[in-house]
Write a protein that binds this ligand. Structure first.
Ligand code: SAH
Length: 239
């Protein structure tokens, strides 16, 4: 079923990858009874709205086949990964890159350690913490070829969380829903302050709903002013 849904949407996956996603679903629905991981629980909905939605980026030439690193494979940070979207799905379906998944809720990171182990995902690292703190850590700041994020905050706030992690010339790729255009309009100051520009906006239709991927190119190292302290960013976004 997973393989068929993906194929209908133009993404070919192997039998092994289908088994990994099936296992992911089984553990996710088991753990979801104990801790809050996702509001979407129906099998078909998880496959489409979590798995397939996370995988849409694999249809883009700006992500697939990129070698932005001087040595080795490209690095991807998933900020606010939650139950592993899109990070786990990408690590399963596109295992050549190095993945780092961060979330501020430790219970979710504990769950992801189980998933990593059970699915044999050696190419992922998992960290519990906040964007505002990691974004100031030299091991993370300006280090990633790609930063991805889905359903974490509205764009002006999200840009301040995510852009500091991106290497100059790298991309922040934001998964957005139907409010995408409005959020872009609100983000003009944030785009300027953080020195990124929208290289491309890709639209997909999923279960009749518009989904967007915004590809934001980072033009330089981020101004030391950003990210500001936790709380400030949300209370006083860069409008
Ligand atoms: N990306 C997942 C989860 C979305 S829910 C998905 O698409 O399903 C948002 C997640 O972001 C939560 O798990 C929350 O703990 C995390 N989060 C919110 N603000 C954060 C921050 N400042 N730093 C790190 N994680 C954050």
């Amino acid at each position: 079923m997973i393989k068929r849904v993906f194929k209908e949407n133009g993404i070919d996956i192997t039998d092994y990858q289908e088994q990994q996603l099936q296992r992911y679903y089984d553990i996710l629905s088991e753990w979801n009874k104990k801790i809050n991981l996702t509001a979407i629980t129906e099998y078909k909905d998880v496959v489409v709205k979590h798995f397939l939605d996370s995988a849409l980026i694999l249809k883009s030439d700006l992500f697939v086949g990129q070698r932005l690193s001087d040595a080795g494979n490209s690095s991807v940070l998933d900020l606010g990964t939650g139950a592993g979207f899109p990070g786990i799905v990408l690590a399963v379906l596109y295992p050549g890159y190095h993945y780092t998944l961060v979330d501020s809720l430790n219970k979710r990171i504990e769950f992801l350690h189980i998933i990593k182990e059970e699915l044999g995902l050696d190419q992922i690292r998992l960290y519990h913490g906040r964007a505002e703190d990691f974004g100031r850590d030299p091991e993370f700041r300006n280090q990633f070829d790609f930063v991805v994020s889905r359903a974490v905050a509205e764009l002006p706030v999200l840009l301040e969380y995510c852009v500091p992690f991106v290497k100059p010339e790298g991309f922040f790729i934001s998964y957005k829903g139907k409010k995408c255009e409005d959020e872009i309009k609100l983000s003009q100051r944030a785009l300027q302050e953080l020195n990124v520009f929208i290289e491309r906006k890709e639209q997909y239709i999923l279960s009749g709903e518009a989904r967007y991927l915004l590809f934001l190119k980072n033009l330089s190292e981020t101004n030391q002013k950003y990210p500001r302290k936790a709380g400030k960013i949300k209370k006083n976004p860069l409008y």
